[in-house]
Design a protein around this ligand. Sequence first.
Ligand SMILES: Cc1ncc(COP(=O)(O)O)c(C=O)c1O
Length: 359
Amino acid sequence: MPRVYNFNAGPAALPLEVLEEAQKELVDYKGSGMSILESSHRGKEYAAVHEEATANYADLLGVSDDYKILFLHGGASTQFAMIPMNLLGKDQTADYVNSGAWAAKAIKEATKIGKVNIAANCEKDMPTRVPSINELKLTENAAYVHITSNETISGAQWKEFPKTDAPLVADMSSDILSRPFDATQFALIYAGAQKNLGPAGTALVVIRKDLANQTGDNNIPTMLKYSTHVETDSLYNTPSCFTIYLMMLVSRWLKKLGLSNIYKQNIDKAAKLYAAIDSSAFYQGAAIPECRSDMNVTFRLPNEDLDAKFVKEAGKQGLKGLKGHRSVGGLRASIYNAFPPDGIDALISFMKDFESKNG
Ligand SMILES: Cc1ncc(COP(=O)(O)O)c(C=O)c1O
């Protein structure tokens, strides 16, 4: 069966060569006589995978030994709670930027745990956007400042990050390692793996070591304390071995291609698609041009019936997963690192054809 163009927002397209490598090694991992799925997480085969994944992500992100690379359970959503539990002390305030649905979810968890200041709010703005840096109203001596680097649902992305006195924390679930950036301006970065890094269920967390257990709160459940995982190299309990194995294969693929090449490919893909949207009055981009995401291209047709027809007919032609998030409707083309450039050409050609028949 031929592979389709997969525009899903996450779980999302993985590099074909990664899937093929995993398939090749699935039943007998490197002559061990068993699958990596069946190997002990304390055995030498898995240990090598875990070490390589850790080293590769540190290398790709350009972080030194001052940072720890962690692979944690519960996806990015568990980080929404772990961050305030570990970093927000009783008498402190955390600054959160509400840039959309994902930031709002992070805020919801943080407010259960401590004091939160909303440094800017454009969650419901239409067209969608992220705030400009000079809009931010930051608290003096905040415990940290939290941003969402790319709002997967609205399709708005930070192009430049704020410089803050307080530790900067970012949810990079939907754009991590899609562009070169200075990771050391952040105290903590987290990302659900299922978009640019591998399968779902695991979050990659990059934490400055001095931040782990910042509140000193010993009542935090063991599994929810960063220090537990920092001290045990994410091996306090059984890690998501197979997910981390696939993340390791993706990290090899990323290293082979090079981050600047991936970035160039990503901006070319996005620019082509936005140009197609802008060249026609039939399609309407959802985000303001300065904030348009290179990962999640959101747009609409003149009415919801046409949106639905577009999704259905595109699907029949092997262009899958173009329906916008259920909370906002419209269309969304998620074009992460592994999404092939020829899929953009296929979508643009479909868009032209659809417009000529329905415009
Ligand atoms: C920006 C962002 N943050 C957090 C999440 C939640 O990730 P998870 O499902 O791994 O908890 C998502 C998922 O789509 C996301 O796009």
